[in-house]
Design a protein around this ligand. Sequence first.
Ligand code: ADE
Ligand code: ZN
Length: 336
Amino acid sequence: MSIEKFIEGIPKAELHLHIEGTFEPELMFEIAKRNNKKIKYTTVDELKNAYSFNNLQEFLDIYYAGANVLIEEQDFYDLTWAYLTKVHEQNVEHVEIFFDPQTHTDRGISFDTVINGIYKALQDGEKKLGITNVLIMSFLRHLDESSAFETLQQALPFKEWIGGVGLDSSEVGNPPSKFERVFAKAREEDFTPVAHAGEEGPAEYIWEALDLLHVARIDHGNRCLDDEVLVEKLAALQMPLTLCPLSNLELKVITDLKNHPILKMMDKNLLVTVNSDDPAYFGGYMNENYWGIAQALDLSKKQITELVKNSFKASWLPDTEKEKKLLELDQYFQNH
Ligand code: ADE
Ligand code: ZN
């Protein structure tokens, strides 16, 4: 069996995915039309041509502009449902996805509208597609602490629906320390913390995410390689890193997938996972991310299986479910 087919068929988990980053141009135009919202571009092709980024901020500007057309609960449902059906075709069985409430509440959309739409689609995804899920509420780090506190307050009535809190958006200049108190309160309220760190920002931000926010996972974390002591610490903790190869390529974190550090990180015993981040903008969902690195780095089926197993290990599934999935993956490897 070819490595492409092997990747297609293997049951996968996704741990780093922004639901607003799954907004495909076709759906964006459809939702904009029914909401009477203007898009800066007149055709899908014109919009797609604008997807060329030199850094994280250039991407974020377009990503927030796209999210502007989401108004009704049905829009959030449709967005989430489209993602789930897409990854179902790719044999993704478990997803832990981010949503950015402030992107919407700052434009006057209520927190309830956003979370109701996403949650209902996730419920349907579990019932109809068998995809289990965790929802992670991410704070926008370019906004201030008080806005994050307000968002946390709005989330409290929905605690049962939200498994964790995250930290995303413009990294450089917005270190994890800016949100130390918000994360302390979130932990007190039983949300599991994660944070984007070391995507464009320095290794120091990864230290802060560990020491000040007490995160359970680091999103990206590429820059840990600048600091040997940090690498040793992450390996000793078996702290999961949710890597996003195509995102790294499109945001010029790396110049070529051949330079992606995932293999180097595996050699250093880091618990690395493969994820898609914002697939509608970066040219691919889970299979495309795996295909990309498998080809560029000449990965074996054993290495692919190891990476997929890492995702289930790093997930927040109950231990019994994890054990089952890990056995299933060993079986899949043996059989192919
Ligand atoms: N929001 C959506 N995608 C992001 C990324 N790759 N980094 C930071 N914030 C984001
Ligand atoms: Zn991300």
